[in-house]
Design a protein. Structure first.
Length: 186
């Protein structure tokens, strides 16, 4: 039998499996279920173990990924919150301990403008905001708080931005790089 010594915070998941050399996060591997970990945690700033994914201390939308003790702050987007039980971003109603967002205080099931955006807005569902986008050719109306046919008081008819000088419509970045002098990008 082979002896596997997994890095701190990881467990054996099977040969050729896991995030590194047969080792994986404990919640993704049932191989060690019911067994005791050989080593205790070695923690660094923001990391409970040298390897792992951990909730943020002050924010429900942020979390830490730790690799060899180095923490990298991550962000849940689109109105999602970090769920410590699932170790991933999740819908707010599935996350215990995070308060409803003050953005939705006026109407827990209404729509709220997103800054000066003409096509994106927050849709509150039970007090939790979810980022939404109006369908093509519609804009978000700040008065009626819904997507409408433009123009509105704040937004004109959506248009395709004009091509940049020196580029051809339909060119991709790779094609542009081939035809631009070295060190210059459009």
């Amino acid at each position: 039998p082979e002896l596997y010594d997994c890095p701190n915070g990881l467990v054996f998941a099977g040969k050729h499996r896991g995030v590194t050399e047969g080792c994986d996060y404990p919640w993704r591997s049932n191989y060690c279920e019911g067994k005791e970990l050989a080593n205790g945690p070695i923690s660094t700033e923001n990391c409970d173990w040298l390897y792992g994914i951990f909730g943020h201390e002050t924010s429900c939308t942020r979390y830490w990924t730790c690799w060899n003790g180095t923490a990298t702050e991550q962000l849940c987007i689109g109105g999602l919150l970090y769920n410590e039980n699932a170790h991933s971003c999740d819908w707010p109603e599935n996350v215990d301990g995070c308060q409803k967002h003050p953005l939705c205080n006026d109407d827990p099931n209404g729509n709220v403008p997103l800054g000066k955006s003409c096509n994106r807005y927050w849709q509150c569902q039970g007090g939790y905001p979810r980022l939404q986008r109006c369908p093509a050719m519609l804009v978000f109306d700040r008065n009626s708080l819904r997507c409408v046919v433009p123009p509105t008081e704040d937004c004109d008819i959506p248009t395709t931005p004009p091509p940049q000088e020196g580029s051809f419509q339909g060119d991709n970045e790779e094609h542009q790089e081939k035809h631009n002098p070295p060190g210059r990008r459009n």
